[in-house]
Design a protein around this ligand. Structure first.
Ligand code: ATP
Length: 212
């Protein structure tokens, strides 16, 4: 069987239990052995213009701390090493040369990102090169059928059908990095939203103190 390379990209600013539970559920659903977390340099697909993301080194370290000891997860900094905006297309090209033409590439997104797919750099090629796995995320999952219908304006019927086949009903976890940053900025606890090791790191480095 072809090697399965499964990427979960994001800014992870910071990583949280929504990411971790989603990744585990996707792995279980498709029986993937490993999910590779790949922190992006900048989030070209989405972003909070008011928030300047914390340095890449801190974000990747928090992903490492969150994953610590997990056989199921790995962390790669392909996008951080390349620098500049992190285009999924470029990353997939790097992965192709790294793992060879036979490897099957998969890219996980939350349901909030599905609508944005047509705006991705070389989106049509991205969805040909990799299977896009759409995980559930409240409240966006409710709109997924409508979003898929709208995607027919941008992609072929066959492509939309592939996207639809790879929508997975993972647990609905209403946690976002924005919520964590906001709470930290307001000096509220973020316990249970992200692993304790990440919270300890945030405190030690004094991250997000002015994010409220
Ligand atoms: P922010 O609040 O800063 O926009 P975020 O919580 O959306 O951040 P990202 O690092 O931007 O986190 O997300 C990376 C990927 O994880 C995206 O595809 C996003 O849709 C997905 N994701 C994030 N949080 C969840 C969640 N709670 N459930 C499912 N998917 C999620």
């Amino acid at each position: 069987m072809a090697e399965q390379i499964v990427i979960f990209g994001g800014t992870f600013d910071p990583i949280h239990h929504g990411h971790l539970i989603t990744a585990r559920a996707v792995a279980e659903h498709f029986e993937f052995e490993k999910i590779i977390f790949m922190p992006a340099m900048l989030g070209p697909h989405k972003g909070d213009a008011r928030h300047k993301s914390v340095p890449a080194d801190d974000r990747i370290e928090m992903v490492r701390l969150a994953d610590a000891g997990s056989e199921m997860f790995d962390v790669r900094d392909v996008e951080l090493q390349r620098g500049g905006p992190s285009y999924t297309f470029d990353t997939l090209m790097s992965l192709r040369s790294l793992y060879g033409a036979d490897a099957q590439l998969h890219w996980i997104i939350g349901a909030d990102m599905l609508e944005d797919l047509p705006t991705w750099h070389r989106a049509g090629e991205v969805i040909e090169i990799a299977r896009i796995i759409t995980a559930a995320r409240p409240p966006y999952s409710q709109r997924v059928p409508d979003v898929l219908a709208g995607l027919r304006e941008h992609f072929s019927a066959e492509q939309v059908s592939c996207l639809s086949d790879d929508v997975v009903s993972t647990p609905l976890i209403d946690i976002s990095s924005t919520q964590i940053r906001r709470r930290l900025g307001q000096a509220k606890t973020v316990k249970y939203l992200t692993p304790d090791a990440v919270i300890d790191y945030i405190r030690k480095r004094g991250l997000y103190e002015t994010a409220g």
